[in-house]
Design a protein around this ligand. Structure first.
Ligand SMILES: [Fe+2]
Length: 257
């Protein structure tokens, strides 16, 4: 099966400047969705790891709903620090949410399962995984499943080494998460966003694959104590090829935005 992973669309309701977010963020999000929809063989699932809108406003979620209407594949959403849970839930009301106030839920395909986590901590840039959600995850992981395990969450669970923004990763629950994933018979994959830069990393036995953003991307700096300014590196997203026999290949695609 084929899973496309994107993140941090930061959809706005107007073309006015909104912080670092580009004024053409909506147009770029639409172009990205069109590229995924046109890809062949078709994409089976699109995972969007948070910051779907820029300012958690109802008008922005109305634009997001219109943007996502271009999807032909099912999509899975996790909340980011720029999101509002009620707004996201209204976009995807039929998901099997495990808690009335949070958005974590499970998606299962023939040989892959995606466990979507809710790391949003209102008022904070960093993310948190509380005991209740970790207990839910432990129960889900304990269910018999012969296939790939992917965890989708906005905040990276490990430091990418990107200066000041390193402090804004998952700040609660990461150690417990690593313990749960390391106990699985097969290594898991963690899909995340938030840093507005692509990277891959090991997190215990798991592989972390972080998506960049269509709205703005930080320059790469490994020694600047402040977040480096946005730059003009070309955007890409990753298509995960997941085989029934355990094969997992990640391909980069550079759409014209
Ligand atoms: Fe973001």
């Amino acid at each position: 099966m084929r899973i496309a992973h994107i993140s941090d669309l930061h959809v706005t309701a107007t073309a006015e400047p909104a912080g670092l977010t580009r004024p053409d963020a909506v147009a770029r999000a639409r172009a990205l969705i069109a590229d995924i929809a046109a890809f062949r063989p078709s994409i089976d699932l699109v995972v969007i790891t948070g910051d779907t809108v820029n300012d958690a406003r109802a008008e922005e979620y109305a634009v997001l709903a219109d943007v996502l209407a271009g999807f032909r594949a099912p999509f899975l959403l996790t909340p980011g620090n720029h999101d509002d849970r009620a707004g996201l839930r209204a976009i995807a009301p039929d998901r099997p949410y495990a808690d009335p106030s949070l958005l974590h839920h499970a998606w299962r395909g023939d040989h892959a399962r995606v466990l979507a986590l809710d790391t949003l901590s209102p008022g904070e840039i960093g993310g948190r995984l509380g005991a209740g959600q970790l207990a839910w995850l432990a129960d889900e992981l304990a269910r018999p499943f012969d296939g790939h395990t992917l965890v989708a969450m906005h905040h990276p669970p490990c430091r990418p080494g990107l200066g000041r923004i390193d402090g804004a990763i998952l700040i609660e629950g990461g150690e417990a998460l690593r313990g749960l994933l390391d106990a699985l018979p097969r290594p898991a994959t963690v899909l995340c966003g938030h840093m507005h830069r692509p990277f891959t990393a090991f997190f215990g036995r798991s592989l972390v694959s972080a998506a960049t953003s269509t709205a703005f991307q930080f320059a790469l700096s490994l020694d600047d104590p402040d977040a480096p300014p946005p730059d003009a590196e070309p955007y890409h997203y990753v298509i995960h090829l997941l085989d029934a026999d355990g094969g997992h290949v990640m391909h980069r695609r550079h759409p014209v935005l």
